[in-house]
Design a protein around this ligand. Sequence first.
Ligand SMILES: C[S@@+](CC[C@H](N)C(=O)[O-])C[C@H]1O[C@@H](n2cnc3c(N)ncnc32)[C@H](O)[C@@H]1O
Length: 205
Amino acid sequence: MMSEERKHRVCPVERAKVLDLFWRKLLQNPGRILRPYIKEGMTVLDLGCGPGFFTLEMARLVGKTGKVVAADLQQGMLDKAEKKIAAAGLADVVTFHLCPGNGIGLAKRFDFILVFYMLHEAPDPGAFLSELRSLLKPSGRVLLAEPSFHVSRGEFQKSIGLMTRAGLEIVAEPVIFLSQAGYFVFMWGGSPQPSKKTPAPLVLP
Ligand SMILES: C[S@@+](CC[C@H](N)C(=O)[O-])C[C@H]1O[C@@H](n2cnc3c(N)ncnc32)[C@H](O)[C@@H]1O
């Protein structure tokens, strides 16, 4: 069994290639995962972007009229993501942000925030999620995914509780290979608005 310390350790830059293996696209296709949530012209955030596995697709989906911010704690990860985006000719769409370590450190507002395989690495997920909520537009949405090989169902339920406490209501649990996932909407003034159930996208190829 994995120790608590190892579970919460930040994924080092030397392991970035594991996040970018060619077969990951077959199991966790970024287009299929993100297409239901990201539309052209949106301003979106890839929080804990790593080497940019999802950033590239986010940039394609928002198009030239949209904006992507790719944020990470490690400059080495941002460098890798930046190279990938430049090679795809999407440098105009994406900006890169180095998180300070004790928070996210952004002042922008987003239509959509992706938190993929990152939350379990945060030292204080509750504080992290309160800050995240403050970055959402009133119509903002969040897709949270955690690796089911690191994060148990019970632990993920706790994260859903933290999201709720931060002011985000879960409206769907999308099926993503090897993952626990939730799709969240902004809650108004602490009292949830009636939420439409969003169809959960099936992401297996
Ligand atoms: C397992 S990787 C996942 C990367 C990417 N989301 C993906 O699915 O390919 C987690 C990433 O989150 C970043 N990270 C961890 N804690 C963070 C924090 N407090 N603020 C911003 N990024 C963080 C790590 O540096 C790492 O790049």
